[in-house]
Ligand binder design. Structure first.
Ligand code: ATP
Ligand code: TYR
Length: 525
């Protein structure tokens, strides 16, 4: 068993996780049990000196701006995607030749995300990564939120009709997803909410976030049937995988979901005509919807020059797809999955997956990945070195430098026998991820540690506490407890002095104490 994530799955099981509550009058007790785990040593690797996008070493000169050089040395983005296993199909081979000159004629690429959940998940990250590759190679990206299409429900890959979402849920989801997209693709740690009535341009306008509800809300049915429906052939529509499968099922398919491909198809046409978008990307399940768009553009506008590219679905080792429907989805929003847990997920991926994930989910040079792969085969390889690199890269991309720092700090603090000094922020971070409870301050101060360990639910009996204490396995704030008579003193309580009192004095805002136990070394396998 490796890594803290797997540790927590087994170790946390006996305890019921509760919400972490902190207030001026309470003491919160994040409790955890570290069992059968090897300590993990972490360090941040230095970033590579290669061009982020094209695996070619940069040769900056003082006179040439970095951005310009970056584009000059950049290779064909489609080739890069192919090498990394990020291309399943393209609608035309001409796409490759169309991306040769990003400086003079950059492509404008879009990927759509229906706001069917509060957050995007790991499967959706592939679309974000492919958009990012295009941007890194000098092209432009559009992230589209399907405020309109989410009301219809994409039948792709679904055996049942999707439940209808109410307006409030859609609004909350749209906000959550926009925040994630702008946080990741905006390239900063800015978590501020964005105003949904605006389109967002970032810096050099290489990224725009749009919502398709903006053009669908005013499109009248008669106009749609005349302008779009007339050109769509039912014969071609029913051959799409998403429709064929559903028609064979007992439940069949509603007319509403049947029209989904035309909505997505029209989006492409609208974006082609009004925003200069000429490429749509998506997971392989989006092929039918993407080709609906290229077909409409060809028929209605009578032009060529619109392309589609799909990437393979990201699958777990058991062959199932990463998505939001299963338990334990890997959410990209920190409020649904903390950066610490996100990091731990990647730190614990099996050796059989790590190289594939490094190629798909990071921007690391392929040569570097290949070196890591070679190292993995050698005797003396420190387990999880490749996973650590993967976890660092993906966490930094999704949660920013601060998110990665938070994850590393919590990882360090949760290590068995860690000597990390626990400060307020670290405890707060950990508390979300371990079972915790909240007790009044006076129910903790001067209370015997043995009693507290039981009243807080860490142990079932005082004798169990004493037994572990004798084995040297009981820790308070990462310090080993040696005496059964230990009482909680004021100094054991980690305080947050960050709130400023009425006269400019810092006053006690919150109080926290952390207890932990882990099985003595002799019990480790
Ligand atoms: N595992 C995955 N690998 C690659 N792309 C994915 C994956 N899951 C979803 N996508 C892509 O993300 C976009 C939105 O996905 P969508 O909301 O339809 O499905 P989902 O979130 O996987 O839903 P569910 O979990 O309910 O099956 C689509 O372009 C889809 O191809
Ligand atoms: N159909 C995509 C989302 C999407 C919506 C509208 C588009 O124009 C493009 C893509 C999904 O399943 O999530």
């Amino acid at each position: 068993m490796k890594g803290i994530l797997s540790l927590q799955r087994t170790a946390m099981a006996p305890f019921k996780a509760s919400t972490f509550i902190s207030s001026n009058t309470s003491v919160a007790l994040p409790l955890f049990h570290l069992n059968k785990i090897r300590p993990i040593h972490l360090s941040i690797a230095k970033s590579s000196s290669y061009c982020c996008s094209c695996s070619i070493r940069l040769t900056h000169s003082a006179s040439q701006p970095k951005q310009h050089q970056h584009r000059v040395v950049c290779r064909n983005v489609v080739e890069i995607l192919e090498e990394r296993g990020l291309v399943e199909s393209v609608t035309s081979d001409k796409l490759k030749s169309s991306c040769l000159d990003p400086t003079d004629s950059p492509l404008k690429v879009y990927c759509g995300f229906d706001p069917t959940a509060e957050s995007l998940h790991l499967g959706n990250l592939l679309g974000i990564i492919v958009l990012s590759w295009f941007r890194r190679c000098g092209h432009k990206a559009v992230a589209l939120i399907g405020g309109a299409t989410a009301r219809i429900g994409d039948p792709s890959g679904k055996s049942l009709e999707r439940p209808e979402l109410d307006a409030n849920t859609l609004e909350t989801n749209t906000l959550g997803i926009s925040n994630t997209l702008t946080r990741i693709l905006g390239g900063n740690d800015n978590n501020d909410s964005i105003n949904l009535n605006k389109n967002y341009n970032f810096g050099d306008s290489s990224l725009i976030v749009l919502n398709n509800y903006d053009w669908w809300k005013e499109f009248r049915l008669l106009d749609f049937l005349k302008q779009v429906g007339r050109f769509a052939r039912v014969g071609s529509m029913i051959t799409k995988e998403s429709v064929k499968k559903r028609l064979e099922s007992e439940q069949g398919m509603s007319y509403t979901e049947f029209t989904y491909q035309l909505l997505q198809g029209y989006d492409f046409l609208y974006l082609f005509q009004n925003k200069g978008v000429n490429v749509q990307i998506g997971g392989s399940d989006q092929w039918g919807n993407i080709t609906a768009g290229t077909e409409l553009i060809r028929k209605i506008l009578q032009v060529e020059g619109a392309y589609g590219l799909t990437f393979p679905l990201l699958l777990k080792s058991d062959g199932t797809k990463f998505g939001k429907s299963e338990d334990g989805a890997i959410w990209l929003s920190p409020s649904l999955l903390s950066p610490y847990k996100f990091y731990q997920y990647f730190f614990s991926v099996p050796d059989t997956d790590v190289v594939r994930f490094l190629k798909i989910l990071t921007f690391l040079d392929l040569e570097e990945i290949s070196k890591l792969e070679t190292e993995m085969m050698k005797p003396g390889y420190v387990p999880n070195t490749a996973q650590r690199r993967l976890a660092e890269e993906v966490t930094r991309f999704v949660h920013g430098e601060n998110g990665l720092k938070e994850a590393l700090k919590a990882t360090e603090a949760l290590k068995p026998g860690s000597e990390t000094k626990l400060d307020w922020e670290t405890i707060e971070g950990i508390a979300e991820d371990v079972p915790s409870c909240s007790l009044d301050y006076d129910k903790v101060l001067n209370i015997s540690l043995v009693d507290l360990s039981v009243s807080a639910g860490l142990f079932e009996s005082k004798s169990a506490v004493r037994r572990l204490l004798k084995q040297g396995g009981l820790y308070l704030n990462n310090n080993k407890v040696n005496s059964e008579d230990k009482r909680i003193e004021a100094d054991d309580i980690v305080e947050d002095f960050t709130e400023e009192g009425p006269h400019g004095h810092m006053h006690r805002a919150n109080y926290k104490v952390i207890l932990s136990k882990y099985v003595a070394k002799s019990f480790l396998t």
